[in-house]
Design a protein around this ligand. Sequence first.
Ligand code: CA
Length: 150
Amino acid sequence: MRLLSVLGSSLLAATVLAPALPAQAAAVPAVQITRVHYDSPGVDRRSNTSLNGEYVTIANTTRRSIDLAGWTIRDKTGYTYTIGDDVLLGAGKKLTLRTGQGRDTATTLYWGRRAYVWNNDRDTASVRRPDGRLIDACAYNSTRADYTTC
Ligand SMILES: [Ca+2]
């Protein structure tokens, strides 16, 4: 999956990373899924608090801001969140997408769903460019933890 990510890395990141670093270091995708907290605390009662206990965090691994407008985050089933306009992720910054409803901030976006997205046992989170190209994916298959770090 990491290899695919390299191929899918943005031209911007490729320009920044490719000339100076060896191929192995460039294996880090420009936008990386760093955590999927798939099992929210407590019993899954679909309260907004519980829904927002589910989240996925992505990080900009490059030294430049990345315009995320139109990028998508989706699960294996195909539930898809499209990042809106005016979402610029600064160099090295992280962004968290929570499942429930809330007011978007610079660091947290809200999917606005009234149902869970991330399966508590196994699923795959992926982040894609507006053209659908896969940038990074994170799969998990365990009920022994509430989250996975990718
Ligand atoms: Ca869940």
